[in-house]
Write a new protein. Structure first.
Lengths: 313, 379, 323
């Protein structure tokens, strides 16, 4: 049944021209205000200090890079920001609210989404379904609502069915929220797939997609949850230079949609090319922060990346 | 076996079905349903050979049909739990028993609970909770049991869930066997009430002789439940279940409230199990603890998996085969469990993806086979 | 509720619990090792145990050992029965692996399917003794309880002074036998080269195979070892209870798996701790309340323990440095 619908819908969806209105991010916040605040965070595991008094902020509307050599504490920092670890000292605040101890799905509802360094899609679901799971994070229909279509809403004029009797019925009884959300979610998901450039294989199982498509699908799925802050964990891993170039463009377009972007990366060239500001970690401490130019000239950073002995360590 | 299946696949029924106009699909669906309702009277050769009452020792055909449909209800419920949400529930018989016992304990004049109520409130000896009230009681009891069992255990790892649910199924049976003052112990409860209906031929409408009426009732309920289950499957809820099954942590990061949806799957499964049990107990008009052995749980799981986990029609086919075949070949009653065991191993080894896997599962399986072969080739 | 019964017979109940727990622990080893290596609940393991009890009966019948035989006969028959039960159980376990699990592994089937074939194998084995063999050979096979001659007659060996607790030879055999077997297995897994292979695969199958550990061999090994332990358990069980039955395995298997989970599945010492803990809790609870609820107590304990320690009492660690 749904397969059939899917193919019909697909034809319609492919006809549509790109419609950014569907996926644009509307927030009340002002560009430049503090969105996420890492406030003097220290994290210890037993005797090991994984993060040492790390302190920086992410401002709304920017692309921030978080870089550092292997084992510098990037992923630890990232996990602390997404609620996996609770800081030993210090606070992490998102929009002024402390997020330590919040469950992963609640953090998503607050407005933070992420991708995974080692891709973690839902392999047995189609690309479109993967993105729709993301859209569902903002949807409200309940189990009872889905079963009995109890929650009715009055649809806008352009959402009414075209044909006569159905149109009249919808006008009198309204349309179930589930139906509307399903329709909107499908359109939005399709648009997101188009946005990241993989709409041509929307109905293929995620596990069958090529590597580059899987990486992009992860980004689309994260964007579908309408995050104010999207964290990309080594999005360029395994990409060739041309693909990296594409990715840089994509990251900029994500920001232009209204999202704030945090990029964790190894690849200096990519980070320097795409970010507005960069935070550099080494051995769990912040060693530099600034614009790409400043960071690139910073002797500590150069030392860290060239592997020269570091007195601080 | 697999040749036949391949031949069926060669007809590309799925493809044709998907490309048929809506009118045709509705017509075919209605025809199938009409045929299903007609089945108890099936008398046209050669189809009549599928009847189970051709020999004197055979079982009543309409009763077999009824049991098949009751087990199909079970399969639809368990498919939500195992096939969609990926939770291995080995104690499903517990919910089935709860449904059957609820209607017996509250609706039968022979139940210790009803008798206690009679003497406590000075009611007449024919008084019992009306059947219409027993239905919500049965549903509520199984639903609550599902939530009580699920709430602490669904946070555990998947493998532990299997053993804890297995234990739950046993606990329910032992409880009913031991609680003389509530469930009448090992003797069971007689006089389980039947649905109300107009009296015909001097008998109640739902009686022990006219089994086809029971079958029609169960079939109508089954069709409704399939309709509802498919609504769930193709919604935000169904997607959440699949996502949890695939990668629970990633699903949580994408905003899926894993525990909540797992609990829903469990509760929905429990409710359907209870409903099936209610029908079963009511038709038998007798419940006893030994009708709810753990083996029945294995049978239920086998139905879902043999048919093709995650596919509602696979589950229905599994329920049909595993109920119908033993009844059809009743002469070999002593050999039934043995044949069942052999069939289980053989079918699963030859077709691990089930007889009618969902398209999704079939592809997944092909891929994994290739991977396994490639891995083997590498060594 | 009768706490006096528990307190007054505390010594006796503890001994009962340890006896029962030793048998659970030995069977639990099979579950725990297979789980540790394959992440699979081997549902047919309970029947591996059941085959062992029948083998004991077969050996006694074949050499004509009955209760009241001479000392040489008792020792000889018991040893022979032990070896035969270990071989038969190990063979059954290996056959199950070959027939029900290996083909699926080759096809890369999902985990659920392994459970189903395991259940199928279990049913087949049960029916072989309950139906198939009865048709060909008649009694003692069939769906009835069968007595096994008490070749080793129960005699009080010594009495613990003070508490006046009589300890019989069978109890000593069961408890000492179980502990010796477990120590031997523990030493094997921790010290020997093959044991290292088992631990390596349990920890990380991919890396282990890169390091040249033959995964198929390791899997065969854990089935053989687990089966042999179930064979030992089968002999000890017949020594204590003098019976067998076609479906005897189900409830013991269930308890043994519970014991494995309780102790921390995948952890050999956890199986011992879980088995003894479960055995003692069951006996105590049955003394205080009603023994018809024994199985309920076992599962309530399981759920409670898992809620507070989700990885069992000792944690899961076949692969860790100490098994």
């Amino acid at each position: 049944m749904s397969e059939q619908r899917m193919t019909q819908d697909m034809a319609e969806e492919l006809k549509d021209t790109s419609d950014h209105d569907l996926i644009e991010m509307h927030t009340s916040g002002e560009v430049g205000e503090t969105l996420l605040e890492v406030d003097h965070v220290t994290l210890r595991f037993g005797g090991v200090v994984a993060l040492n008094d790390v302190n920086f902020e992410i401002r709304r509307g920017e692309i921030l890079g978080l870089i550092g050599p292997n084992g510098a504490g990037k992923t630890t920092c990232f996990n602390a920001m997404t609620g996996v670890y609770t800081p030993t000292e210090g606070k992490i605040r998102f929009k002024g609210k402390e997020i330590a101890g919040t469950k992963p799905h609640k953090i998503n509802h607050l407005g933070i989404a992420r991708t995974f360094q080692n891709i973690r899609l839902f392999p047995e679901m189609s690309a479109l379904e993967n993105v729709m799971v993301g859209c569902d994070a903002r949807h409200k229909s309940s189990v009872v609502g889905v079963l009995f279509r109890t929650y009715r809403v009055r649809p806008a004029e352009d959402e009414l069915p075209e044909s006569g009797i159905r149109r009249s019925l919808a006008k009198v009884f309204g349309v179930s929220r589930h139906t509307l959300e399903e329709r909107a979610g499908r359109r939005r998901s399709m648009e997101l797939l188009r946005f990241v450039g993989i709409a041509d294989r929307a109905h293929e199982l995620a596990r069958n997609l090529p590597y580059g498509y899987q990486r992009r699908l992860e980004i689309a799925r994260a964007l579908a949850t309408e995050p104010e802050l999207i964290c990309l964990d080594e999005p360029a891993a395994g990409f060739n230079p041309a693909e990296k170039e594409d990715l840089m463009g994509l990251i900029r377009r994500i920001r232009d949609l209204g999202h704030t972007v945090l990029v964790i990366e190894h690849d200096m060239k990519l980070v320097l090319g795409v970010t507005d500001r960069i935070v550099v970690l080494e051995f769990g401490s912040k060693i530099a922060e600034g614009t790409p130019d400043e960071v690139a000239r910073n002797p500590k950073v150069i030392a860290a990346y060239l592997g020269e002995p570091d007195d601080a360590a | 076996m697999s040749q036949i299946l391949d031949a069926v696949r060669g007809l590309a029924l799925g493809e044709r079905w998907n490309h048929a106009p809506k009118v045709v699909r509705w017509a075919v669906m209605l025809l199938v349903i009409a045929f299903a309702f007609y089945l108890p009277y099936l008398n046209i050769l050669p189809f009549a050979y599928i009847r189970t009452d051709l020999t004197a020792s055979g079982s009543d055909w309409a009763s077999v049909l009824f049991l098949i449909v009751v087990y199909m209800i079970v399969a639809v419920g368990l498919n939500v739990v195992i096939g969609l949400a990926g939770l291995l529930d080995l104690g499903y018989v517990g919910f089935y028993a709860l449904g059957a016992y609820s209607v017996a304990i509250f609706g039968s004049t022979n139940s210790p609970v009803v008798q206690a109520l009679q003497s406590r409130f000075g009611l007449s000896e024919d008084w019992a909770v009306p059947f219409a009230v027993c239905i919500p009681i049965a549903i509520l009891v199984s639903l609550v049991a599902g939530v009580i069992l699920g709430a602490p255990t669904l946070r555990l790892r998947g493998d532990y869930l299997a053993i804890v649910t297995l234990g739950f199924g046993e606990i329910i049976r032992i409880t009913f066997r031991n609680l003389d003052g509530i469930s009448n112990g090992a003797a069971g409860i007689t006089g389980v009430p039947v649905p109300p209906g107009p009296e015909t031929d001097g008998r109640a409408f739902f009686n022990t002789i006219d089994a086809e009426r029971w079958y029609w009732l169960a079939l109508a309920i089954l069709i409704l439940l399939i309709f509802l289950a498919r609504r769930l499957e193709h919604s935000r809820v169904g997607r959440a279940w699949l996502a949890i099954r695939e990668d629970e942590d990633a699903a949580a990061v994408m905003g899926v409230a894993g525990f909540k949806f797992k609990l829903w799957a469990f509760a929905i499964g429990a409710t359907l199990g209870g409903l099936a049990g209610l029908l079963f107990g009511s038709k038998q008009q007798y419940v006893e603890p030994n009708a709810f052995m753990v083996n029945l749980s294995f049978l239920f799981v086998a139905m879902v998996v043999i048919g093709g986990s995650g596919n509602i029609f696979g589950a229905l086919l599994g329920a049909f085969l595993l109920t119908y075949l033993p009844e059809r070949f009743r002469e070999f009653v002593d050999w039934r469990p043995f044949a069942f065991g052999v069939a289980l191993v053989a079918v699963m080894i030859l077709r691990p993806q089930g007889l009618v896997p969902s398209r999704r599962r079939a592809r997944e399986f092909e891929d994994r086979r290739h991977e396994a072969e490639e891995a083997a080739a590498d060594v | 509720m009768d706490f006096d019964a528990l307190i007054s017979g505390l010594d006796r109940h503890t001994l009962d619990g340890i006896t029962r727990g030793s048998i659970y622990a030995l069977v639990a080893l099979g579950y725990t090792m297979v789980y540790g290596v394959m992440k699979l609940i081997n549902f047919a393991h309970s029947e591996v145990f059941m085959v062992g009890t029948w083998t004991v009966l077969g050996v006694y019948t074949a050499i004509g050992a009955t209760s009241g035989s001479g000392l040489a006969m008792v020792i000889g028959a018991t040893l022979l029965a032990l070896i035969a039960a270990m071989l038969a159980s190990a063979g059954t376990a290996l056959a199950v692996e070959r027939i029900a699990y290996r083909p699926l592994r080759k096809k890369g089937a999902p985990a659920l399917i392994f459970l189903i074939t395991g259940i199928g194998c279990s049913m087949v084995l049960v029916e072989v003794f309950g139906q198939v063999l009865r048709v060909f050979f008649g009694r003692p096979f069939g769906r009835v309880t069968v007595n096994i001659p008490a070749v080793l007659e129960t005699k009080t060996v010594f009495t613990i002074p003070g508490v006046d607790l009589a300890v019989s030879n069978t109890r000593i055999l069961i408890i000492v036998g179980a502990i010796v077997m477990m120590l031997a297995l523990d030493a094997f897994v921790n010290r020997s080269r093959l044991g290292r292979g088992v631990r390596a695969v349990a920890q990380d199958p991919d890396t282990a195979s890169l390091m040249g550990v033959n995964q198929e061999r390791v899997i065969m090994l854990v089935f053989v070892l687990g089966g042999a332990m179930a064979g030992v358990a089968a002999l000890l069980y017949t020594v204590q209870y003098d019976i067998t039955k076609f479906d005897i395995g189900f409830i013991i298997g269930l308890k043994a798996f519970t014991a494995a989970v309780l102790g921390g599945i995948g952890n050999l010492r956890g199986a011992l701790v879980g088995g003894l803990f479960l055995g003692i809790v069951e006996v105590y609870a049955s003394a205080v309340w009603d023994s018809s609820w024994t199985n309920v107590y076992a599962f309530v304990v399981l759920v409670v323990v898992l809620m507070f320690r989700p990885t069992g009492i000792l944690g899961e660690s076949l692969g860790k440095a100490r098994a």
